[in-house]
Design a protein around this ligand. Structure first.
Ligand SMILES: Nc1ncnc2c1ncn2[C@@H]1O[C@H](COP(=O)(O)OP(=O)(O)O)[C@@H](O)[C@H]1O
Ligand SMILES: Cc1cn([C@H]2C[C@H](O)[C@@H](COP(=O)(O)OP(=O)(O)O)O2)c(=O)[nH]c1=O
Length: 184
């Protein structure tokens, strides 16, 4: 299990998703200011008692769901308040469009589905923020990194792929399950 090996991420306790090498910190989510030179997520800040945003990424079938479940159960056993989330979240109206696309029940242009995956994260952002600020740790199966990797692999420009996720909450930790594709 290795972290930060998926696309290119900066290192640090709060991983900021950026085209620059130097992360920028802000006091809380609301102080996020997009900067023209960088593609950046909002910093979770340092409010004491807030939950951590932990993302698991990896190929389909690499073991993300299993490890999310194990981590969640471990944290709960330690008395931490934690929840398991996943993207896409198929429970929303945008999520249902994504679900139909993934089931080959609808045809969508590569850019359109990319923006829908991003919109699906945006529609959960406010809830994610309130959970984190309320002290709940979120263990999330896939996030923006899947979004960028899958769409860039289709040939879309990587900067274009990152842009819609600017301003989403940056994870505190990204765990990339680095398994060989043959495992699938
Ligand atoms: N450490 C492991 N060793 C062997 N098989 C595993 C391991 N972790 C998960 N699996 C199995 O691999 C399959 C994919 O795991 P899953 O957690 O659903 O992956 P993902 O969420 O990345 O698609 C499942 O059948 C699961 O039972
Ligand atoms: C979150 C996300 C997932 N995906 C892909 C990864 C998966 O192949 C698929 C989600 O399928 P799903 O069956 O929900 O998840 P999993 O394969 O992890 O069990 O969508 C994107 O293309 N863009 C994204 O932004």
């Amino acid at each position: 299990m290795r972290s930060n090996r998926y696309i290119k991420f900066n290192k640090g306790p709060t991983i900021v998703y950026t085209t620059e090498s130097r992360p920028t910190r802000t006091k809380n989510f609301d102080h996020y200011k997009p900067r023209p030179e960088g593609v950046m997520m909002a910093d979770a800040g340092s409010k004491s008692g807030r939950g951590a945003l932990v993302i698991l990424e990896g190929l389909d079938w690499s073991g993300k769901s299993s490890q999310c479940a194990r981590l969640l159960s471990y944290l709960e056993g330690q008395g931490c308040r934690a929840e398991g989330w996943r993207f896409p979240d198929r429970g929303t109206s945008v999520g249902q469009m994504i679900s139909a696309y993934l089931a080959n029940e609808s045809q969508l242009d590569d850019r359109t589905i990319h923006l829908l995956f991003s919109a699906n994260r945006w529609e959960k952002r406010a809830l994610m923020e309130s959970k984190l600020l309320g002290g709940t740790t979120l263990i999330v199966d896939r996030y923006s990194y899947s979004g960028v990797a899958f769409s860039a692999a289709k040939g879309l420009d990587i900067q274009w792929c990152k842009a819609p996720d600017v301003g989403l909450i940056a994870p505190d930790l990204v765990i990339y399950l680095d398994v060989q594709p043959e495992v699938f």
